[in-house]
Write a protein that binds this ligand. Sequence first.
Ligand code: FPP
Length: 259
Amino acid sequence: MLGKRSNKASVETESPVSVPGPQHVAIIMDGNGRWAQKKGKIRTFGHKAGVESVRAVVRFARQNDIKSLTLFAFSSENWKRPEEEVSVLMELFNLVLNNEAKRLHKNGVRLKVIGDVSAFDDKLKEKIRKAEDMTAENEALVLNIAANYGGRWDIVNAAQQLANEVVTGAVSIEDINESLFDSKMSTADLPELDLLIRTGGEHRISNFLLWQCAYAELFFTDVLWPDFSEEVFQEAVDDFKRRQRRFGLTGDQVDVIAK
Ligand code: FPP
C-alpha cells in the first residue's frame, strides 16, 4: 500500500535545489472534440485518437517513477452530452478494458476506477471488476481512471461514510479530522496529489479532484489532448520541479528547512 505523505513531511524532505519529480499526477484530458472538429471530423473521432495519448502518458509515468496517475475520463456531468457521444465513450471504455488490461498487467500497472461505477451497465462493471482484480498486486504504477467521477461527489461520499460510522458508533464526531476524512476519499491509499495537468486551454478544475487539489501544483497547456505527448508531459514535470512548494510557509522558512 502506498503511504500518504503529510504536507509537513514533504516540506521537510524536499529540497528546492534538487526537487524530486511528482509522485501523483492527475490529468484533465480536454480538447478531443475541438481536435476532431479542426480536422473536419466528428467529435468522437477525437476521443478515439485520445486513447493513443493515454498510452503515451502511462508509458511516460512508468519510465519517470511516477507512482500514481489519475485520468479524468468521464465526469458526472458528461452524461448530459449527446447520447451518441456518451455511447461512443462507453464503447471506448469497454474497448480499452478489453485491449489494454492484459498489457497493463504485464507492465506491472495496477488499474483502479474511481467514481460512481454503479451507474454503468453490468457488462462494463464486470470488466472493471476483472481488470481491477487481475492487476491488484501490481506496484509499478497505479492508473486511476476517474469515470462518472465528480469532486463534489467524492466529498459527499466520504461524508456519508463518516456519518454512517457515527450512527453505528464506530466513530465519534470528535474523531473526524482531515486525515480521517481523507481516508474515506476515493484516492485514499495513494500519494498526495502533486501535479494537476489540464490540456485544451481552459484554466479551471471542472469538479475534478477538489479535495485533493488543496496543495497540488497546476499546469495548464493549450495542447489538445490527442496531441499531448511525452514531450509535453516532460515540460509539465520540469515546470513542477522548478516550483517552490511552500504548504503555507514562507519561502525563507522553506529554504531554512531545506538546508
Ligand atoms: C474531454 O474532451 C474528454 C473527454 C470527456 C473524454 C476523455 C476520453 C478519452 C481520452 C478516451 C478514453 C480514455 C480512457 C482512459 C478509457 P472534450 O470532448 O471536452 O473536448 P472539447 O473541449 O474540445 O469539446
